[in-house]
Write a protein that binds this ligand. Structure first.
Ligand code: 13P
Length: 257
């Protein structure tokens, strides 16, 4: 089965609701009736409701950048999966390196989030990746293994095909320096191997694995041609209409599946 490639925009803490709405209406006009990859916008919580109203019928998907694992309660500042669903969210980014490193999220709480997202019928975009020091010390595989085994603990095989993995080397995020295609190929292969230690090969084959870290129009072709790369999770370049639409076009024309 050929996978459909994914181009996901992680807007981080950028764009007001008005800016988000006008961005997606321009993208919708550009891509109207065109065959396209799965496109997912992950704006901040404040934009979700408004963007959902403007995305209906466009075939473009909405994702959030985080979720809390409790269904409701006295958890000031948090957002539940039910609240996200009510805003039309289908995808949830879990374990982004900024959440891990700035907000001290750990494998245990990320595992709870993965469960709640899957149990409620949404699709996690589960982020993993090593730091610069990890890579230099040749700890990459060990770090990815720990993130995957602890993050996916207790997640049953029948749910795993509704899951997206994003490999984002921390040293490539927001730095302008992407991982080399060969590094990406080797690491995606390792991730596939690690997943195959946990789940049946047939299931693992269905899991899209995205690359993230300084993706831009200049490197998108060589990266999407890498075996095992099923799309991108994009930060900076997803904030600019011209750059983002170019990357979508490149993915559409060059993904081999
Ligand atoms: P950049 O594309 O800005 O490097 O960010 C990548 C990222 O963190 C996506 O989640």
């Amino acid at each position: 089965m050929i996978k459909k490639p994914i181009v996901a925009a992680n807007w981080k803490m950028y764009k007001t609701p008005q800016e988000g709405v006008s961005f997606v209406s321009e993208i919708c006009n550009l891509l109207l009736d065109k065959e396209k990859p799965t496109i997912i916008f992950c704006p901040s919580f404040t934009s979700l409701f408004y963007m959902n109203e403007n995305l209906s019928d466009s075939g473009i998907e909405l994702g959030s950048q985080n979720v809390y694992f409790e269904p409701e309660g006295a958890f000031t500042g948090e957002t539940s999966v039910g609240m996200l669903k009510a805003c039309g969210v289908r995808y949830v980014i879990i374990g982004h390196s900024e959440r891990r490193h700035i907000f001290n999220e750990n494998n245990t709480s990320l595992n709870k989030k993965l469960h709640v997202v899957l149990d409620n019928g949404l699709v996690p975009i589960f982020c993993i990746g090593e730091t610069f020091d990890d890579r230099n010390a040749r700890y990459t595989k060990m770090v990815l293994k720990e993130q995957l085994t602890k993050g996916l603990d207790g997640v049953k095989g029948q749910l795993i095909d509704r899951m997206v993995i994003a490999y984002e080397p921390v040293w490539a995020i927001g730095t302008g320096v992407n991982a080399e295609p060969k590094q990406v190929e080797d690491t995606h292969l390792q991730i596939n191997g690690l997943l195959a230690e946990l789940y049946a090969t047939e299931l693992v084959k269905q899991i899209p694995i995205l690359y993230g870290g300084s993706v831009k129009p200049e490197n998108a072709k060589e990266l999407i041609e890498v075996e095992g790369v099923d799309g991108f999770l994009i930060g900076g370049a997803s904030l600019k209409l011209e750059l983002f639409s170019k990357i979508i076009e490149i993915v559409k024309n060059n993904y081999k599946g």
